[in-house]
Design a binder for this molecule. Structure first.
Ligand SMILES: Nc1ncnc2c1ncn2[C@@H]1O[C@H](COP(=O)(O)OP(=O)(O)OP(=O)(O)O)[C@@H](O)[C@H]1O
Length: 701
């Protein structure tokens, strides 16, 4: 893994976040790790003691200073009209310690990208008057589309200009359509230009500033997160298309608006803002605010996803948030490929969570209210990294590809109000699971390069965006077409209903039932065992092996250094049992026949000892294997749907052969990677069984 490899470098426009990887590491290292508590299905990591010193000091302005109040527009105050769950105003001493320091951040204009710690911002900079909420108060209450797809074109860069590459993207002024001019070759090798026209919710040309991008994308959804909405904004596009450039300023701008709402509109209502920042690299989670420590994703009993160990910082001023983002960005890993040395191969996820104190009580974990997630996706073309690189890169590529496909499927399912959301399709979508259920908003920013050399990738990006939008219930892209704007040539018609009617979860339930081998877990140790029911399967004792099982499982002879292992007669306290649940009785005979190979683990009457530890490990590995298998089957179902989709599209007139080939190729590599991954897990588990002297007994029919 090349996770610790090169560091991403940023252009001067991005210097806002460009700090050395280890900057402030010591300062930020949590001084006191909070306890991890489970509350209402959510892991709450108490981090206040670890909150950076800046939170508790600094030259900030009081949050409700008259100066700031003057900045409030009627629009902001009107936000009270939101259907929020209001709790009586209360004032807890010290509750807004941080809030009192609010305001030391600053304006977030593109031009003003330096946030010196001591820099004093003018009030007008702190609250720019062009703010969406202040400038268009009525928009604060306007319904925000469930899914918004925006395209942003970046300017040609120096390298492209020096290579004399052309700008092939035309964007009509003040329109939401764009045209890609693709140069193609005829059979007689003469060139011709094919035009592809696309329509989206908004199309942003190269001269559009980051401020305007914010106003167009995230700003409208900010008020909704105080009202239990989960909003997700992600940037999609090939490496170097401007995803990071686009995404970087957004969380900071959003935080500024959130804090403003918290300290004014929703003052004294117990809202708190938390920041977390992590990445998914090669299918694994790393905390970018905690020295890339590895994180673990778990589902609780209520099927809520918890990222165990993720550090969440409670913040109350923009400056602190900026520092946290800098720190996380510097920690983010990048990989190196032949195509682009600086390409990002990880998904970075920055979350701003709004929580609310329960009954004004600080000892209870605050209750989650809404969330705004920013996702800087890995380069979209990375999914096709299947040939030029090493195995690791290929597997990573397949993982990236898988997550991008899964993301698209989830967004589509979400907009269609489907009951089954295929969030299990990838780590990324699993992590974002709670953003896909309930009241959610998604903003997708597709970043494209204008250069002729990137034409294929650009078309792929636009088609991905087009599918997200136009195939969704509420997303008929054509409805937004200005009457003068032509439709694109090959608008995909809605897919035939080729997706199989079975529900993945139903199938998985069935599989769950079958794959529950019913091995006893250690917690289920019993003092007395009933007469084993599998005596008829007792194998012949092989030479060198002590048969220690009554249900077809036996352990290899375990010779101690000092002599022979005890024979079975000498270890009467080890018994074996296969779990048999009454509810499953009817299935048992069929199941018994299908379970030709089964193993079981010893149940001890004695206190757990070292061997129990091994046993625990094995049980855990067994569980992991079954989970991985289940996941792989779910993913296969998702892939199957995708395959049926592309087959359906391939049958449509005017289909794009190159698109079909690219998607089929990435699907195949994704399938292959899934199988390789499961195979290697299986082999590893088999090795572990051998090492631990557990033999499998081939059960006779
Ligand atoms: N709209 C823009 N205006 C000016 N420069 C831009 C714009 N978008 C991107 N750039 C510049 O293009 C370069 C690549 O952008 P960026 O790093 O954001 O790409 P990326 O899509 O995040 O790539 P990767 O997937 O490798 O992370 C950077 O130097 C950036 O400053």
């Amino acid at each position: 893994m090349n996770g610790g490899g090169g560091r991403r470098r940023y252009s001067s426009e991005q210097l806002l976040f460009d700090v050395p990887a280890n900057a402030g590491a010591g300062r930020w290292a949590p001084q006191q790790r909070g306890g991890v508590r489970r509350g209402d299905g959510e892991i709450f990591v108490s981090v206040e003691p670890a909150t950076p010193a800046r939170l508790h000091g600094g030259d900030a302005v009081a949050g409700d200073s008259p100066g700031q109040r003057q900045q409030l527009s009627p629009g902001l105050l009107d936000l009270h009209a939101f259907d929020t769950e209001l709790i009586p105003d209360f004032q807890v001493p010290g509750m807004y310690d941080g809030a009192q320091k609010f305001g030391c951040g600053g304006g977030l204009d593109d031009s003003d990208i330096s946030f010196g710690a001591n820099k004093q911002m003018s009030k007008s900079t702190i609250f720019p008057q062009n703010n969406y909420l202040t400038a268009f108060p009525e928009n604060a209450k306007a319904p925000v589309a469930k899914i918004k797809v925006v395209v942003r074109k970046r300017p040609l860069n120096k390298k492209e200009i020096s290579k004399k590459e052309e700008d092939i993207i035309d964007i009509e002024q003040r329109s939401n359509s764009l045209t890609v001019h693709e140069t193609k070759l005829k059979v007689d090798l003469t060139e011709y230009v094919e035009k592809h026209e696309f329509v989206f919710d908004a199309v942003l040309d190269e001269d559009v500033s980051n401020d305007e991008v914010y106003r167009e994308t995230v700003e409208p959804v900010v008020p909704a997160i105080f009202n239990r909405t989960k909003a997700t904004c992600f940037a999609y596009g090939q490496t170097g298309s401007g995803k990071t450039y686009t995404m970087r300023p957004l969380p900071l701008k959003a935080s500024q608006d959130i804090l403003r709402l918290m300290h004014h509109t929703y003052r004294n209502q117990g809202f708190q803002l938390f920041v977390s920042f992590f990445e998914i690299y090669g299918g694994k989670l790393f905390d970018l605010l905690n020295d890339r420590s590895k994180l673990c994703m778990r589902e609780d009993g209520k099927q809520k996803v918890c990222i165990v160990g993720l550090q969440e910082y409670r913040v109350s001023d923009v400056e602190t948030i900026k520092e946290l983002i800098e720190k996380g960005s510097a920690t983010r890993s990048t990989g190196t490929t032949g195509a682009n040395e600086e390409s990002s191969r990880s998904h970075a996820i920055l979350q701003l969570a709004i929580k609310r104190r329960v009954d004004g009580n600080d000892s209870k974990p605050p209750r989650p209210v809404g969330k705004l997630s920013f996702i800087d996706l890995a380069g979209s073309e990375r999914g096709a990294d299947t040939t030029d690189n090493d195995k690791q890169t290929r597997i990573e590529g397949a993982e990236i590809n898988k997550s991008l496909l899964a993301l698209k499927e989830c967004i589509r399912a979400l907009d269609n109000d489907q009951t089954h959301i295929p969030f299990r399709g990838s780590k990324l979508t699993e992590v974002l699971r709670d953003s896909f259920i309930g009241d959610s908003r998604t903003v997708m920013i597709s970043c494209i390069s204008p250069s002729s050399g990137s034409c294929e990738h650009t078309l792929n990006t636009l088609r991905y965006a087009d599918r997200v939008k136009s195939l969704s219930k509420g997303g008929n892209a054509k409805k937004d077409v200005p009457s003068t704007a032509p439709l694109r040539e090959s608008s995909p018609s809605p897919l035939p209903s080729v997706v199989p009617s079975f529900s993945g979860s139903e199938l998985m339930n069935d599989i769950t039932e079958r794959s529950d081998f019913g091995w006893p877990k250690q917690q289920q140790y019993v003092k007395e065992q009933p007469t084993p029911t599998f005596a008829d399967r007792m194998p012949k004792v092989k030479e060198g092996v002590e048969f220690n099982s009554l249900n077809g499982v036996y352990f290899k002879e375990k010779r101690s250094k000092g002599g022979m292992a005890p024979s079975i007669a000498e270890v009467p306290d080890i018994m074996y049992q296969q779990k048999r649940q009454p509810a499953r009785k009817a299935k048992d005979s069929a199941l018994d026949n299908t379970m030709r190979n089964s193993i079981a683990y010893p149940i001890r009457r004695a206190e757990p000892d070292e061997e129990d530890e091994h046993l625990n490990d094995l049980l855990q590995e067994e569980e992991d294997l079954v989970t991985a298998h289940r996941k792989q089957v779910e993913e296969t179902l998702d892939i199957l749907r995708e395959e049926l989709n592309i087959l359906g599209e391939a049958d449509q007139p005017g289909n794009q052969l190159d698109d079909y080939i690219a998607r089929l190729s990435s699907i195949l590599s994704q399938k292959a990677a899934g199988i390789v991954d499961l195979q290697s897990r299986l082999e590893q588990f088999q090795r572990r069984l051998n090492e631990n002297n557990v033999l499998l007994y081939a059960q006779c029919p």
